[in-house]
Design a protein around this ligand. Structure first.
Ligand SMILES: [Zn+2]
Ligand SMILES: [Zn+2]
Length: 386
């Protein structure tokens, strides 16, 4: 496809973005970190029906409550003065807007659309079948800070949507699309606290980020890059053309811009010695092992006899980032670091600052992701079918 056509295509796709509706539904495992033996479901908005084995079993008016309790190898579902033993069932909302509250072990959450319950071993799983855009708003509220600028919520919605659609198969073997914890994307409730989040999701309805082949990108982000982001291959193995290192002056005064860790010289020397650094135990005052002050982000430190990847040191020592220098004062070794997270892709604190300063979401996305396109999902599917 010529560049000219591609630009025209993207413009058209963007132009129609707010006018198109995406009817995609996703299936999300909620309360995925809990082993669920009992749950309470309250239909807080709209009427619901209960379906099992292809037939409607019961009908609920708004406000009714159902209790679910594991009993042997099935679930005892109690409602309206009666109960049924089931191994798989669904609560299906009957109106345009349907909400339910689900309580598990003292934690109460509100979700939209439908709920499926399925026995798995000695417990059961709760699956929320929800319209994609409603899910995205819930994720943005769970993942993003609550006090960001509206433009930031827009780009976060685009990132979460791109991630979700690229990873729909992530839990295929488990029988659903995505889980609700940080393994996939945090999704702790429907969006309800910040009206701006819902508005931002609607304003960017269906927009996703693609590379120049119109494949969805790995829209990775981190808390703070410390002043420069990384190439993907510096942290992971695969070089990706849109995950290039960029200088970032926007995040350097933010909350997670700097960190410090103090160790004794003995602890530091022992750590290096275990890694195979020569004589580190008996040369703790050797400048080569206790002073390492590079001007820029380094991916390996070159100690006597051994180079050590900074990403490995980050993991081993539980550091906030792999971007740091080493200094010795008195008996202590100071690791002074910049940023928080892996440093690849979008820097959240930098993006929040850019949004505050008036940059538009598409400018911010194109700043952190090199050579990408913003495309409407419906247009993308049409194009992919061609
Ligand atoms: Zn997951
Ligand atoms: Zn940054």
């Amino acid at each position: 496809m010529s560049n000219c056509f591609r630009k025209a295509f993207c413009f058209i796709a963007l132009f129609f973005a707010v006018h198109t509706l995406c009817a995609h539904q996703v299936l999300i495992h909620v309360f995925s970190l809990k082993t669920v033996h009992s749950a309470t479901v309250n239909f807080s908005r709209g009427a619901y029906s209960l379906w099992a084995e292809g037939a409607e079993v019961a009908h609920f008016a708004q406000g009714e409550t159902v209790k679910i309790l594991m009993e042997g190898t099935k679930m005892r579902v109690s409602f309206q003065g009666t109960s049924k033993l089931l191994s798989h069932f669904k609560f299906v909302g009957e109106e345009y807007l349907n909400n339910f509250k689900v309580g598990v072990a003292g934690e109460l959450r509100t979700y939209e659309d439908n709920l499926e319950c399925k026995v798995e071993g000695k417990s059961f799983v709760l699956l929320n079948r929800v319209e994609l855009e409603r899910y995205i708003a819930g994720v943005v509220e769970s993942e993003a800070g609550l006090r960001a600028a509206p433009e930031y919520f827009k780009l976060q919605a685009i990132l979460c949507r791109t991630y979700a659609l690229r990873n729909l198969d992530r839990h295929a073997v488990d029988g659903y699309n995505l889980c609700d914890n940080v393994h996939c994307q945090a999704y702790y409730s429907k969006s309800y606290k910040i009206p701006a989040i819902l508005k931002a999701t609607v304003a960017t309805n269906g927009l996703v980020i693609t590379d120049d082949k119109f494949d969805l990108i790995n829209a990775t982000f981190h808390s703070n890059c410390g002043g420069e982001t990384c190439n993907s291959e510096d942290v992971w193995l695969t070089p990706l053309p849109y995950l290039r290192a960029v200088k970032d002056t926007f995040c350097i005064k933010s909350k997670n811009a700097r960190w410090k860790k103090v160790m004794t010289q003995q602890q530091w020397a022992k750590y290096l010695s275990n890694l195979g650094v020569d004589k580190s135990l008996d040369s703790v005052v050797n400048e080569e092992v206790v002073y390492y002050s590079p001007a820029n982000r380094q991916f390996s430190f070159y100690f006597p006899g051994k180079s050590v990847k900074t990403t490995q040191m980050r993991n081993d020592l539980k550091l906030k980032s792999a971007y740091f220098k080493v200094e010795c004062r008195n008996d202590s070794v100071y690791l002074q670091g910049k940023g928080y997270g892996h440093g690849v892709g979008l820097c959240q604190e930098g993006a929040i600052q850019m949004a505050k300063q008036g940059y538009a979401y598409n400018q911010i996305i194109r700043y952190y992701f090199t050579g990408v396109f913003l495309v409407n999902l419906n247009a993308l599917e049409f194009f992919k079918e061609e």
